[in-house]
Design a protein around this ligand. Structure first.
Ligand code: NAD
Length: 254
């Protein structure tokens, strides 16, 4: 498929896991891809995998910085002359319960996961709102943006925030032709979750928590993200789509 020929898509958190899988998928389907990540070495490493260097632009960026997000979107627009899509994957963990979560950790998680998603969406929307052509944004939320998860208080708060601003931006940006949707992944094997899979008992419990009996692969999230950017999803906006092997499909019966 070459659904993204001539299109330009920005991906944050592009140096690892789901973000890197999105970059690969979009590149394979013909897109020019702008990669942003806070880790400059990893960005260079991921960018160097692609032979058509004209279609790949990598930049080190902290998504929680209004200055850096605005500058990045402007730099991509200048380089490629257009912007068609944005996938926000940058994210960090946030552990702790209401009793013991540390407020500085809370602020840090919110700054990256929620502020970062908001700032990238804002910079992108401001840059394209007068274009009068269809554009799309995909935010990576989480099952923790749909259901509560004990001892993950800051992360849950940030991901409910991502789900909420996605719905709100869907409503606000519809008139500008900008669709905004979120994906709520189940457990996906990436560097983010590797420590859990290193524990065989925990890995077993994770798999049992998914209706299809296994964790997801980053490519399975990237496939849906790519779909949401295309006109096949032209009637979708403000949606939070579970891509989770059935992890949030039901509550336990007693
Ligand atoms: P990952 O750790 O492999 O990748 C996250 C990337 O974000 C890293 O490359 C990291 O350097 C980058 N990043 C962190 N802080 C940043 C910042 N301030 N600015 C720019 N980049 C920054 O994780 P992943 O599993 O690929 O997760 C991607 C997204 O998916 C995250 O938002 C995560 O919350 C979400 N998610 C993951 C899972 C899962 O099971 N892996 C499940 C649900 C949701």
């Amino acid at each position: 498929m070459n659904r993204f020929n001539g299109k330009v898509v920005l991906v944050t958190g592009a140096a690892s896991g789901i973000g890197a899988a999105c970059v690969q998928r979009l590149y394979d389907e013909g897109a020019s891809v702008a990669l942003a990540d806070i880790n400059p070495q990893l960005i260079d490493e991921v960018a160097s995998r692609f032979t058509d260097t004209e279609r790949v632009f990598g930049a080190a960026l902290d998504v929680s910085s209004p200055e850096q997000t605005t500058a990045f979107v402007a730099a991509v627009q200048k380089k490629f002359g257009q912007l068609n899509g944005l996938i926000n994957c940058a994210g960090i963990k946030g552990v702790g319960s209401v009793l013991d979560a540390d407020i500085e950790d809370w602020k840090n998680v919110m700054a990256v996961n929620l502020d970062g998603t908001f700032l990238m969406c804002q910079a992108f929307a401001r840059a394209v709102r007068d274009d009068q052509t269809s554009r799309a944004i995909v935010n990576i939320s989480s099952g923790a943006g749909i259901l509560g998860v004990p001892n993950r208080m800051p992360y849950v708060a940030s991901k409910f925030g991502v789900s909420g601003i996605t719905r709100t931006m869907g409503a606000e940006l519809g008139p500008y032709g900008i669709r905004v949707n979120a994906i709520a992944p189940g457990m996906v094997r990436t560097p983010f979750t590797a420590y859990m899979f290193n524990d065989p008992e925990k890995a077993k419990r994770i798999r049992a928590a998914h209706a299809i009996g296994r964790e997801g692969e980053p490519e399975e999230i990237a496939a849906v993200a790519a779909f949401l950017l295309t006109d096949d999803a032209s009637f979708m906006t403000g949606a939070v789509v579970s891509v989770d092997g059935g992890q949030t499909a039901c509550i336990a019966s007693v």
